[in-house]
Design a protein around this ligand. Structure first.
Ligand code: ARG
Length: 438
């Protein structure tokens, strides 16, 4: 079950075999491993390093392995060192001695590097599509909900906005997240296949051909860099961490807005859970879990940064530890994006409660000051008068818009009847948000 052994006299301990095996993690790379091997074989034939007939037998063998794995006839399990060993040993079982030619002019070091890169690229594009779906959902919900809403700073009601304007902020964060992933793909788009262990090979291989065959822009320039570069994993997990940070902020808002104290939104029953003791509870678990899983993705980022920081060139076995964290981060970010999409798509928005909160929060106080400035007063003085009006309203349990004109005039002679239109909530929104929102 091993790809090596010639120079060993003693037997590997069972403990070491288990400790060393990464098959349970890297088995997800089976497709990329076979794809990489097929490109490599085609190149070997083109370069006359294998005969046509040998190439064909090997490629057919790999294709049949792929088919059996996908149909569940061949299970990826057993005491193999990794997915590369599993595929190669099973190929030899199937096609005989010629199978042992597959690894000519290749090392597992460039093999694992190219497999993981192919996988990373594929998943990165999938995640971009998941984000696009979430963005579409946000846009649809936003367009259907132009309702007025209090906007916050310091989590204190600040000024009037619309629910649409608020939720669309996340749309633009996600748009930047896509750009970050695309940028990472652009940077990583070079093939390490053909770097071999660290020093290239004496065989006349064609790295340009395999690079293009596998969809890369070109082969990497430097062999040592090629086999030991894990920057792209770190960069993608950085982008994933930022996505999770955005989703976590949105989750936090959904959790706050779902509370008894706010009641701005209600999450659908499908994405909430109850309490085993308190019958009235409806907990926003989906959002809480996304917020919680954010820490897990940050953990993967720190884990791989730490893994790489002290490694001498080129390949070191430590690097096998990159995959568990990377793959977990991929699954976590994908599930979180999809879950958030469902939550947003089914969210109920409570316009009435948002408007009530606006009124209670004196959210037209800024416009009182603006009104006085329009009438010639200095902003700082206008600000002071508006503050005094708020104190008066609080003391007398009134809303600003409910004061009569005599009350307004107690604070400044500049107030006229046009103040009421000027501070009406619908009007103050139209001056900013709706115009900017197109
Ligand atoms: N399973 C290893 C990894 O994931 C690849 C194999 C490299 N092994 C070696 N002995 N050079 O990194």
């Amino acid at each position: 079950m091993k790809l090596w052994g010639g120079r060993f006299l003693g037997k590997e301990s069972r403990l070491m075999e288990e400790f060393n095996s990464s098959l349970h993690v890297d088995k997800v790379l089976y497709k990329q491993d076979i794809r990489g091997s097929i490109a490599h074989l085609k190149m070997l034939v083109r370069q006359n390093l294998l005969t046509n007939e040998e190439g064909e037998r090997l490629i057919n063998g790999l294709v049949s392995l792929l088919k059996d794995i996908e149909e569940g006839k061949l299970k990826i399990e057993g005491i193999y060192e990794d997915i590369h060993s599993f595929i190669e040993i099973n190929l030899v079982d199937r096609v005989g001695e010629v199978g042992k030619k597959l690894h000519t002019a290749r090392s597992r070091n460039d093999q694992v590097a190219v497999d993981t890169k192919l996988y990373a690229k594929e998943k990165a594009f999938e995640i971009i599509n998941d984000i696009k779906d979430l963005m579409d959902t946000i846009k649809t919900v936003a367009d259907a909900n132009e309702a007025l809403m209090p906007g916050y700073t310091h989590l204190q009601a600040a000024q009037v906005i619309t629910f649409k304007h608020h939720i669309m902020a996340y749309y633009y964060m996600l748009e930047r997240d896509i750009k970050r992933i695309l940028n990472a793909i652009e940077i990583m788009n070079e093939s390490p296949l053909g770097c071999c262990a660290l020093a290239g090979t004496t065989f006349e291989i064609d790295r340009e051909y395999t690079a293009l065959e596998l969809g890369f822009k070109k082969p990497v320039e430097n062999f040592l860099d090629g086999v030991s570069d894990r920057d792209y994993i770190i960069e993608l997990i950085s982008a994933f961490s930022i996505i999770m940070m955005h989703l976590s902020r949105l989750s936090e808002e959904l959790i706050i807005w779902s509370s008894q104290e706010f009641k701005f939104v209600e999450m659908d029953d499908a994405y909430t859970t109850g309490s085993s003791i308190m019958p009235q509870k409806k907990n926003p678990d989906a959002a809480e879990l996304i917020r919680g899983k954010t820490g897990r993705v940050y953990g993967a980022l720190i884990s791989i940064l730490t893994l790489m920081k002290g490694l001498p060139l080129a390949y070191n076995k430590d690097m096998q530890e990159d995959k568990e964290q990377f793959f977990d981060a991929i699954v976590t970010v994908q599930k979180s994006i999809i879950m958030m999409k469902e939550v947003i798509a089914t969210l109920k928005i409570n316009k009435g409660n948002m408007l009530e909160s606006i009124k209670k929060g004196f959210l037209n106080a800024t416009e009182i000051a603006d009104y006085l400035v329009n009438k010639g007063l200095e902003f700082r003085n206008a600000h002071k008068i508006s503050g005094q009006i708020v104190v008066y309203c609080e003391k007398n349990n009134k809303l600003i818009e409910d004061l009569n004109i005599t009350e307004f005039k107690m604070f400044s002679d500049l107030f006229e009847m046009d103040i009421y239109d000027f501070i009406a909530y619908d009007n103050i929104i139209s001056k900013g948000i709706k115009i900017k929102m197109k």
